[in-house]
Write a protein that binds this ligand. Structure first.
Ligand SMILES: N[C@@H](CCC(=O)N[C@@H](CS)C(=O)NCC(=O)O)C(=O)O
Length: 211
């Protein structure tokens, strides 16, 4: 059995890297150098045709989309309970929050960091402002979810959604308002990023700040 993760430090591959470390499974991490545009290399495009990270190759089969990779890994390791089983009471919340994070929060970050993609370079500032407003709206929504003091998005048990959310909160660290400006999110983040597996991921990727 072989598992290879293609990624770059601090990017969307981080949540998958973290889950692999948390699961304790053997894997290889291949770093792509964005400065050299390695994510657009024809050989890599056969692995992830989007020319983005992450990509995960399991036993020779390539998969992409960060949220999907988390869900795939969670389902391959049911003993850890990172994906509520079909029919489980928290299954619907799990699906809802995974899609919310992947479909609403992540694209807003993509728009913020790649503002030219919104409406061209001439409108990048306006695009960025829009993206920021969307991100803050997402924090508002998640903060309300966490207001009952729950340690994880689904309640008492950690799930794939927590890997994704924690990574996204890190991406806000240099924005006008960070995720830490929402009190319940701040408590949540402080707890999650203190986990040994998160710290290990942070160290292996050579990241700074937000820990
Ligand atoms: N929808 C994709 C988005 C991935 C994405 O935007 N990755 C960024 C890094 S955070 C990337 O590869 N950027 C390089 C590029 O677009 O050329 C996913 O969830 O995997």
């Amino acid at each position: 059995m072989s598992t290879v993760l293609y990624g770059a430090p601090g990017t969307a591959s981080m949540c998958v890297h973290w889950m692999l470390i948390e699961l304790g499974v053997p894997f290889e991490f291949v770093t792509l150098d964005f400065a050299k545009n390695e994510q657009k290399d024809p050989a890599y495009l056969t692995i992830n045709p989007s020319g983005q990270v992450p990509a995960l190759v399991i036993d020779g089969a390539a998969h992409c989309e960060a949220a999907a990779l988390l869900m795939i890994l969670a389902e391959r390791h049911p003993e850890r309970g990172f994906a509520p089983a079909q029919g489980a009471p928290d299954r619907a919340s799990y699906l809802q929050w995974m899609i919310f994070l992947a479909n609403t929060a992540m694209p807003a970050f993509r728009l913020y960091f790649y503002a030219d993609e919104g409406a061209g370079p001439q409108n990048a500032d306006a695009t960025k402002a829009q993206a920021r407003a969307r991100i803050e709206k997402a924090w508002e929504r998640i903060d309300a979810l966490l207001a009952d003091g729950r340690p994880f998005m689904l309640g008492e048990r950690m799930s794939a959604a927590d890997f994704l959310l924690t990574m996204l909160t890190r991406w806000s660290r240099n924005m006008g308002r960070t995720a830490m400006d929402w009190p319940h999110l701040a408590r949540y983040v402080a707890r999650l990023r203190a986990l040994p597996s998160y710290r290990e991921t942070h160290n292996r990727e050579g990241l700074e700040g937000w820990i």
